[in-house]
Design a protein around this ligand. Structure first.
Ligand SMILES: Cc1cc2nc3c(=O)[nH]c(=O)nc-3n(C[C@H](O)[C@H](O)[C@H](O)COP(=O)(O)OP(=O)(O)OC[C@H]3O[C@@H](n4cnc5c(N)ncnc54)[C@H](O)[C@@H]3O)c2cc1C
Length: 413
């Protein structure tokens, strides 16, 4: 019997499967890896939870709200503001709407003028106006051009906005779409940045747990497609009524060479086991000095204590890109930089693991609204490469493809 076949058990593939299952339609998901999750995986190392690349979940993501049980994820939220390292010291830049008591410290921080802080409010209002569909249809430029058009001073951009948005887009040049800038700003304004207690992989794990046993086949790499069938690396042929290619861009290119895919943005996350948090607050720290390897860092166990074993803390340092520097040398350069920030204690910080991720986010511009893409008859593409490069984009694209397949099936019956 022909089934709907989904290739890839990342968030896009899993959400597609969940949407089909919710409509009473069965499907099979083929995943080449040893677990579900794709780019959202967590390793458990010496009692620490190491996400494969620092990332956060934004609770306002609308598709995530529809499919995930937040309570079961036991979400731990970040504080709304950040600390910015500049002029050789740490400064508080908080969200005065959420933490009014921080207003004074924020205003005094040498990070931007009072006018810049007012412009944040304007950007916030603009990002929250209208529907999300309207947001994706707004005039598009780069994030940097949009920030300048909003009137932000260079000082505010260099010290706060570049490291902040650069860390989210993995793009210090801020060439990312201004639509993405507004989307992210809106999500931050309408919800929280959070981590599940068990690590980011709890998100795909929860999606998969809502599927009937046997729906996901792990260790099953799809080698090629033909009309109405897929072939696994093992040679097995599986007939399919519809094929959803929910792989990342490299997988799309291998299976569907005619499809144009975007280039990648890279990042490197370096984890250290540290005795005690030097921050003592669930806050992101941004490098506003305008030099150095570190873009941002966070003590993850200050956000979610379950990320570190009792009596220890877990520090995640983000270096944007994939620097052409040997592993040990990069760790020492980062340590040296942080010694200037946190003093002698850094010498005792124990390196745990680094994740170099040359293929972290697809760089998509123009960023058009989500479309469910049927690239050949009965062959569909889902994934963050078809939508916004985010957890929301991946889930939304999977849901949209499933909805379109169901609509087509309804029309035929
Ligand atoms: C370091 C990093 C930081 C990030 N930060 C954030 C963040 O803070 N917030 C946010 O919202 N998003 C963030 N993202 C983005 C988010 O994780 C991704 O957009 C999302 O997970 C993509 O899901 P996907 O299903 O589209 O693709 P993937 O997760 O890449 O899933 C594709 C799956 O297809 C499988 N596959 C590929 N080829 C084959 C084949 N031939 N046969 C079988 N299986 C195959 C792969 O093994 C993989 O499991 C980050 C990503 C990274 C890497």
């Amino acid at each position: 019997m022909k089934e709907i076949v989904i290739i890839g058990a990342g968030l896009a593939g899993l959400t597609c499967a969940r949407r089909l299952h919710a409509a009473g339609v069965s499907c099979v998901v083929f995943e080449q890896g040893d677990a579900v999750g794709g780019r959202v995986r967590t390793d458990f190392v010496e009692g620490f939870r190491l996400d494969r690349g620092f990332q956060v979940f934004l609770t306002a993501y609308p598709t995530a709200r529809a499919w995930l049980n937040y309570e079961q994820l036991q979400l731990h939220v970040f504080a709304a503001g950040s600390r910015v390292r500049c002029d050789g010291a740490m400064h508080e830049v908080s969200d005065p709407w959420r933490e009014p008591e921080s207003l004074w410290a924020t205003l005094r921080a040498p990070v931007g003028s009072l006018a810049d802080k007012v412009r944040i409010a304007t950007l916030r209002r603009s990002a929250r106006r209208g529907s999300l569909d309207q947001l994706w249809a707004r005039p598009e430029t780069t994030a940097l051009a949009a920030l300048r058009a909003h009137g932000f001073s260079e000082r505010m951009i260099e010290r706060f906005l570049r490291p902040w948005f650069g860390g989210i887009f993995l793009d210090r040049e801020l060439e990312t779409s201004s639509r993405m800038l507004e989307f992210v700003f809106r999500m931050f304004a309408e919800g929280h940045a959070a981590l599940p207690a068990a690590g980011m992989q709890a998100i795909p794990d929860q999606l998969a747990s809502g599927l009937p046993t046997g729906t996901v086949r792990l260790g099953a790499q799809v080698a090629r497609l033909e009309k109405g069938a897929i072939f696994l690396e093992s040679g097995e042929r599986i007939a399919a009524s519809h094929i959803v290619v929910a792989t990342e861009n490299a997988g799309v290119r291998a299976l569907l060479p005619e499809v144009v895919v975007s280039r990648w943005r890279a990042t490197t996350t370096i984890y250290f086991a540290i005795g005690k948090s030097p921050l003592g607050a669930p806050k992101l720290v941004l490098n506003g000095e305008g030099r150095g390897y570190v873009n941002n860092l966070v003590v993850l166990s200050d956000v979610a204590p379950s990320y570190a074993p009792a009596g220890q803390a877990l520090l995640a340092v983000s270096v944007l890109g994939d620097p052409a520097i040997e592993e040990g040398a990069l760790i020492e350069l980062v340590r040296e930089e942080l010694r200037a920030w946190f003093g002698a204690q850094v010498t005792d910080w124990r390196w745990l693991r680094s994740y170099r991720l040359p293929r972290a986010l697809p760089a998509r511009m123009p960023l058009v609204p989500m479309q469910s893409v049927e690239v050949r008859p009965g062959v569909w593409i889902a994934g963050d490469g078809r939508s916004s490069a985010s957890i929301q984009g991946a889930m939304e694209s999977g849901e949209a493809v499933a909805t379109e397949i169901l609509r087509q099936s309804d029309r035929r019956s």
